[in-house]
Design a protein around this ligand. Sequence first.
Ligand code: GRF
Length: 208
Amino acid sequence: MRVAVLVSGQGSNLQALIDGVHGREAQIVAVASDRPDAPALERARAAGIPAASFPLSEHADRTARDLAVAAWLDAHRAELVVLAGYMALLTPAFLAHFADRVVNVHPSLLPSFPGLRAIEQALEHGVKVTGVTVHLVDEGVDTGAILLQRAIQVPEGSDAEGLHAALQPLEHELLPEAVRLFASGRVRRDPRDPRRVQVSGGTPGRGS
Ligand code: GRF
């Protein structure tokens, strides 16, 4: 499966995809960013993957920017779009173009704590358990159908930095796993409830 990855930051999730699935179950064919200075772009180039940035300032508006991104991904014949720390909201035109083909990783157990500062929100609420969610992207903020989740206990006295460090290994497991599920054709909408997705053969467990 030909996969595009959208990034805004350090790119540790992109690196997990490069190390975990690239050249195996999937081919990462393009990496795009809203930020020209995103270190993730360098990780892509170091792996020989085409990388480009699409800052909003170079386009008329968000829709025009997203259509430029979509055209570039089409030119690389991307079949699946993975948001790996992509901090811009995608417009309806982009999502319609890649319907049911956009996935995101989010550092909370959705539907708790969507949006920005998810880890801080969880700490402020005082939850004892939190985790990571990989979900399909719809027009809402972190509201799309859930594909994979994994939970951890929140260590007593955690701060945001420590909890983020504890959650990142889960992200780095779950996002490649989600790509493998798509690549093997095991993800489909639940025919009885299109809001949900089913994983045929069951959801993989830790270490599978
Ligand atoms: C991840 O923790 C992700 O959950 C959040 O942004 C971070 C991106 O990290 N939305 P990286 O750029 O993949 O290192």
